[in-house]
Design a protein around this ligand. Structure first.
Ligand SMILES: [Zn+2]
Length: 464
């Protein structure tokens, strides 16, 4: 059967995010199957389905490199408010909800997060799933895979775990503890069932113990040998305020601890990293270890603002992440993109300079692809996947801003959903509608699960 062809015709601009920072004006994109075949002016349609792109701007799909989808059902909680609490008190309170989450609650929370991501231009998302309450069963990641497939989003599933009990100094409720053995056997199972190594693979698995402070040393050491034997990537939280605790427990900063175990290199990326110093950035750049910058929790937690220019100086691969909805309250990566830019701009007076808004867009596109090890994503050029989104530049509210399409998303921001999102050559969201999804039916079921499995069990959901 011949591959389906789509021609995006006459786009006002195509921002490629390639190394030359090419922007095509009044140009077309020809998509054949999953792949971009050509970009240029007046491309022949040859029977392709036409998408009239007059007045639209095309961007590479955003890539989200750190999230906790399950937290979508603990958003907007004023009673457990991250900015106003000490982080340990916040963890103690929020885990009282996490420990009782059901499989259905995690499934629909994940579905909600992925929907928000797609509607705001994200085409590839990594989720760091570390909430495995025993009563929820062993199919949580499998169900997330199903949700991703039904929505059409490219999905990298991080199989997380916490192995250190509270009696030995962690903050993890007993219901969520797993042994290293249980964790790694499930990782093996998931890799065998879902990990697609081929070009344009839609689903991959990442081995992602939650964080060094809440795990045994052996959990990380054995993760390294399993992941390298299977050829999959690794991920964890690092440099988000835990160094003091790591020094007290191990006499080492977290990066030293990870490096000693081999949990560093081009197949590893960390979330946060605002607590790292310049020498540590240099080592990450040397080893090829990537970073997911998550602006929302950093600003809400009052933490140091990461120095993107310093990271660039050391050639660290930096990407962008929403982080979990409990410390962001949103899965809108466009929103995180603008926030990241504003935070960098805020530090300009102190640092003397700051990255451009376009630099921040590249972090969320090409940067994300590099961090996830995806040479087939992140840039709009022939041979790469047709993962892209389009905005309607003819909206009244954008008059006066569209003269520089490279910068507008981070500097001005978009106040609505995107016009179209395409993943792997398939339109998955267009003019406000998710393709092939009965959104009202899913919403009704998700709301039912949220009320029954979450709200009715916890009095912090005060709806007065
Ligand atoms: Zn996180």
């Amino acid at each position: 059967m011949p591959k389906q062809a789509l021609l995006i015709r006459g786009a006002q601009a195509i921002v490629t995010c390639d190394e030359q920072d090419t922007v095509h004006c009044d140009a077309d994109v020809l998509v054949v199957g999953a792949e971009i075949q050509a970009i240029g002016k007046n491309l022949p349609s040859d029977g392709a389905q036409i998408i009239d792109a007059a007045g639209k701007v095309v961007y590479p799909g955003l890539i989200n490199t750190h999230h906790h989808f399950f937290q979508s059902f603990v958003r907007n909680l004023v009673a457990i408010d991250y900015p106003s609490m000490h982080v340990l008190d916040w963890v103690e309170s929020i885990y009282q909800i996490f420990r009782f989450l059901t499989s259905d609650a995690i499934y629909y929370a994940s579905y909600v997060a992925m929907t928000d991501l797609l509607k705001h231009g994200c085409t590839c998302a990594f989720d760091h799933q570390y909430c495995f309450p025993r009563a929820a069963g062993g199919q949580i990641v499998d169900r997330q895979m199903d949700a991703a497939k039904s929505l059409g989003i490219r999905f990298h599933a991080g199989r997380g775990a916490n192995t250190l009990p509270r009696t030995e100094g962690s903050s993890i409720p007993d219901e969520m503890l797993e042994s290293t053995e249980e964790f790694l056997r499930d990782c093996e199972r998931l890799v065998a069932a879902y990990h697609q190594t081929q070009k344009f693979g839609m689903q991959r698995v990442v081995i992602a113990p939650c964080q060094p402070i809440n795990c045994y040393r052996e959990t990380f050491a054995e993760t390294v040998s399993l992941a390298r034997s299977l050829g999959v990537s690794m991920h964890t939280h690092l440099g988000e305020g835990e160094n003091e605790g790591m020094l007290a427990r191990w006499g080492m900063r977290t990066l030293d601890w990870c490096e000693e175990l081999g949990f560093a290199g081009s197949d590893v990326w960390y979330a946060h990293g605002w607590e790292l110093d310049s020498g540590e950035y240099q080592r990450m750049g040397r080893d090829g270890t990537g970073l997911s910058h998550c602006p929302a929790p950093a600003v809400l937690g009052g933490f140091d603002i990461i120095d993107v220019q310093e990271l660039d100086k050391h050639k660290v691969n930096i990407s962008l992440g929403c982080d979990g909805s409990a410390t962001n309250d949103s899965s809108n990566l466009l929103d995180s993109l603008r926030l990241a830019y504003l935070m960098q701009a805020q530090s300009a007076k102190r640092r003397g300079s700051y990255p451009t808004p376009y630099r921040m867009l590249k972090m969320a596109t090409a940067g994300g692809a590099a961090v996830l090890g995806r040479e087939d994503l992140g840039i709009l050029t022939p041979g790469r996947a047709a993962d892209l989104f389009m905005i309607d530049a003819t909206k009244l509210e954008l008059v006066g801003a569209m003269h520089d399409p490279k910068s507008v998303l981070a500097k001005t921001g978009l106040t609505e959903t995107v016009w179209l999102t395409m993943v792997n050559g398939r339109v998955v969201f267009h003019k406000g509608e998710l393709t092939g999804v009965d959104e009202e039916a899913v919403r009704a079921r998700a709301l039912e699960v949220f009320e029954k499995d979450v709200v009715s069990r916890h009095d912090v959901f005060n709806r007065s």
